[in-house]
Design a protein around this ligand. Structure first.
Ligand SMILES: Nc1ncnc2c1ncn2[C@@H]1O[C@H](COP(=O)(O)OP(=O)(O)OP(=O)(O)O)[C@@H](O)[C@H]1O
Length: 208
């Protein structure tokens, strides 16, 4: 499963004119490859990720993806009143599937939260909540994982732990993973860094 972004352009209306957030970006992302997307504020990272995630139609160009996509954002989209396990089971509910409690507990264990399934979000730390977020994205067995600043609410140590977990999961599941981050200290956990500037890809480099 490979994710192809072919000549993606995304413009937003901006009063009488328009702003080009993504300007003819082509990228191919491979299974098991953990790619970081970096660049200054406003360079188009979140816009490109939203297109890759299927949340935003590109103005032109094409996303080619063959498999489920899992999305990980900042923790704001977790439902505060639910337990960790329920956060995961909601995804089954949304898809009209039978709730897979065993699968939910397995994934909570995988992200280091064994035994915490009954705890409510407000009883978990920021790092633990982000682990729930990751486990929730994994409920759909995604071939592509898209994460937009998942560590921005975390301190350095927790941010590193969460990114290392994403790196391990990428290798284990052979997912295609794209991580938007502004934190350059996290880049050595990645395989590849794509740097954007003014909506374009400025540089693609391998992390040694
Ligand atoms: N909904 C929108 N309507 C109009 N312009 C937008 C919209 N969303 C983003 N933009 C503009 O598109 C450009 C790219 O924004 P984007 O959020 O993708 O950048 P980013 O690199 O993710 O920035 P940051 O690191 O600050 O999150 C910016 O000029 C921004 O102002």
């Amino acid at each position: 499963m490979t994710l192809h972004l072919d000549h993606i352009t995304l413009t937003y209306p901006d009063g009488p004119t328009e702003v080009t957030a993504v300007d003819d970006v082509s990228l191919t992302l491979h299974p098991g490859q953990f790619t970081a997307l970096v660049g200054e504020s406003g360079s188009g990272k979140s816009s490109l990720l939203a297109v890759a995630a299927g949340l935003q139609e590109p103005t032109s160009g094409q996303v080619r993806v063959d498999g489920p996509r899992g999305l990980i954002f900042q923790q704001a989209n977790l439902l505060g009143a639910l337990t960790a396990r329920e956060q995961l089971l909601v995804t089954d509910h949304i898809r009209g599937r039978k709730p897979r409690r065993d699968r939910a507990d397995e994934l909570l264990e995988r992200v280091g939260l064994a035994g915490s399934g009954h705890r409510r979000m407000n009883q978990l730390s920021g790092g633990q909540r982000q682990r729930v977020n990751i486990a929730r994205a994994l409920m759909g067995s995604p071939a592509v994982l898209l994460a937009d600043e998942p560590t921005s609410a975390l301190d350095t140590r927790l941010a590193r732990e969460v990114v290392d977990l994403l790196a391990d999961i990428t290798r284990e599941t052979q997912a295609v993973t794209l991580l938007v981050t502004h934190d350059r200290s996290l880049l050595d956990s990645c395989d590849r860094v794509v740097e954007m500037r003014d909506g374009r890809v400025r540089e693609v480099r391998a992390v040694s």
